[in-house]
Design a protein around this ligand. Sequence first.
Ligand SMILES: Cc1cc2nc3c(=O)[nH]c(=O)nc-3n(C[C@H](O)[C@H](O)[C@H](O)COP(=O)(O)O)c2cc1C
Ligand code: SF4
Length: 394
Amino acid sequence: MKSGDKSKRLKEFEEKVNLIFRETDCVEVLKKALRGDPRAIIKEIIDSGLRGRGGAGFPTGIKWKGAAEAAGGNKCVICNADEGEPGTFKDRRILDEQPDKVIAGMGICARAIGATEGYIYLRGEYTFLFSKLSAKCEAWNAIFKEKGLNFRTSVRSGSGAYVCGEETALFESMEGNRGEPRNKPPFPVTIGYSNLPTVINNVETLAYTTMIISDGPESFKSIGTKDSMGGKVFSVSGDASVKGVFELPLGMTLQEFVDLFGDSDTKAVQVGGSSGTCVPRKNFADTIIGFEGVPTGGSMMLFNSSRSMYHVLKNYLEFFEEESCGQCTPCRVGCQQLLKGIEAIRSGERPLSYLERLRDLARVMSIASKCGLGQSLANPFNSITQHFREEICY
Ligand SMILES: Cc1cc2nc3c(=O)[nH]c(=O)nc-3n(C[C@H](O)[C@H](O)[C@H](O)COP(=O)(O)O)c2cc1C
Ligand code: SF4
């Protein structure tokens, strides 16, 4: 496709959604939410089909319902703005350009579940956003008070560990402890931050809740597919003709995506960052971007023929080895062994067939690791070594 046709087509796709970056009177949306019954808010979010945009895709309305039904007077809403997944940079743009939409979403959630305190857990490196967001929180605290909502929110800074984006490690970090994931259950909706029933949602998820209350669930449902409703904000990087942040409908095929951002030399797309799945060109047409195909927290990395998939995989494994919190053995030892294993194949110390044993190890990690970090390593490991096996040994 010629570049002019590509940008026209991209605009058409963006116009199908246009929710996150559209100007919206968020105070009016909050007022609308406050007028109705809290249960009606939860019903609208459930009816919209919204699923979490932080990666795991848990239905947002069901999460809110769980927290609303949990026992306890004091409850909490946390906006997960840790954004540590390699290749993801959409939350920083949403927070920079549309902080009102996110904080209004926190207020709407507070009303729905009966929370009194809220926090934005901001990635440590996003220092440029800290004071801006703190000022926004103060302004919104005054709005909440004026509108009769007993809810206050503030910003807390992360300290740069990827695992602190995992919800329970995030609570530990906020409580001043080492950022190590907890056992689940109990789930955060019953025992979360400071033992309070807690809803934790991604930045983009909360911004979408504001737009669902604004436009109604039907409008949100009309975008995407039956399993993946609504839009998604993507971070596009790598060997892409246009890079950046784009809001597109869920349910596109990877081929449609590559037609917009890649070219005939795009050999693979890593969907969902270092913990996601690598899809080779031969599967682009049959792969749907969404919960029924390849889910993504937003990171889309394109690779062309100049890239060695061995080096791509090695880079991910080094990242995981560095970021594993070390609490459980399958992940702590497994990350090291997978890295050593592909290096041994590359140097000729081990035959290529050794990959089968490493793939078994990755599968064991996906079952036996305590949190999503160790559980998801099999996604990149097994997809890259399956589709680019020959690139591992030369
Ligand atoms: C290692 C690891 C890192 C994570 N990092 C983030 C993150 O930076 N942002 C985020 O929203 N969710 C992250 N998650 C997912 C959270 O645990 C949680 O599922 C999410 O914040 C829930 O919000 P959602 O339902 O709106 O997606 C991470 C999970 C794991 C296992
Ligand atoms: S899977 Fe990894 S990051 Fe998660 S608790 Fe175990 S060692 Fe820590």
